[in-house]
Design a protein around this ligand. Structure first.
Ligand code: URA
Length: 258
């Protein structure tokens, strides 16, 4: 390989970090655009270029319908995890290191729906293991619940199972495509109540945004009582909102104990 002068190499690295390539995950780079499924090219000019995205032709395949069929055919949480691992139509999968399915105790009365894995979750393959996760554990610990607490368990998943690159906001089509899996996940885990944590989970389950208005008001989602709450990442940035979060936790505990 041609050698690069120090300052040039440094500038190139900084540029890559700026673009979001901020982690080294293998010794040699992989050109994902050169992988076999990226090589298929239309033999004649695509008449509907706006319907062609990456390796998958959206005109020929309906990702939501395929997700729906795959999710519906899963009759257990293990089968659902496998169906999601095998689902190839969401581009987020290509950039993620691990799929993040769930943590905690399946069958718990409380199921928390977060947003999407961040860097730590992508690395470890479990939801809420970073700073937000530490706060989430403290919050639920304060009402006597926990993901490893066999007497008062919680079960946690996310709206999206793969990390969006550089923690960008999920796209509406990504949420729509993964929603059938999320709904099936809730049906199979069958909690007594659902906690809808943050705006993207509200978007997926309630088709609404505006968590600071929605929080604390019980609604129905997937046929279950559901409580929108502010996301722990929001609480870390806005500690004054912790007071309302505490009221929401007490409301949640009362609903579970009823
Ligand atoms: N934020 C989420 O919503 N989910 C995670 O798993 C981590 C951070």
């Amino acid at each position: 390989m041609e050698s690069v002068e120090f300052h040039t190499a440094r500038a190139l690295l900084e540029w890559q970090i700026e673009l979001g390539a901020d982690e080294c995950i293998s010794d040699t780079p992989v050109d994902r655009y050169a992988l076999p499924d990226r090589l298929a090219k239309p033999s004649k000019p695509d008449p509907k270029p706006h319907l062609t995205r990456g390796p998958v032709k959206m005109a020929e395949r309906d990702p939501v319908a395929e997700a729906q069929a795959a999710a519906n055919s899963a009759d257990s949480l293990d089968a659902l995890r496998t169906a999601m691992e095998n689902f190839e139509l969401c581009d987020l999968k290509r950039g993620a290191r691990n799929m993040v399915f769930s943590d905690g105790i399946a069958g718990a009365p409380v199921m928390i729906i977060g947003e999407a894995p961040g860097r730590d979750e992508d690395r470890i393959g479990k939801p809420f293991v970073g700073a937000s996760g530490a706060l989430l554990d403290k919050m639920f610990g304060a009402i006597g619940m926990g993901r490893a607490n066999a007497d008062a368990p919680i079960y946690i998943t996310n709206t999206l199972p793969w990390r969006p690159p550089h923690n960008r906001d999920p796209k509406p089509e990504e949420i729509a495509m993964m929603k059938p899996f999320l709904l099936r996940h809730i049906a199979l885990a069958n909690p007594k109540v659902v906690v809808i944590m943050g705006n993207w989970a509200c978007q997926a389950l309630l088709a609404k945004r505006g968590i600071t208005r929605l929080r604390g008001q019980w609604v129905e989602a997937v046929g279950k009582p559901a409580l929108p709450m502010c996301h722990p990442a929001y609480l870390l940035r806005n500690p004054e909102a912790k007071r309302d979060a505490w009221a929401d936790l007490l409301s949640l505990k009362a609903a579970v104990d009823k």
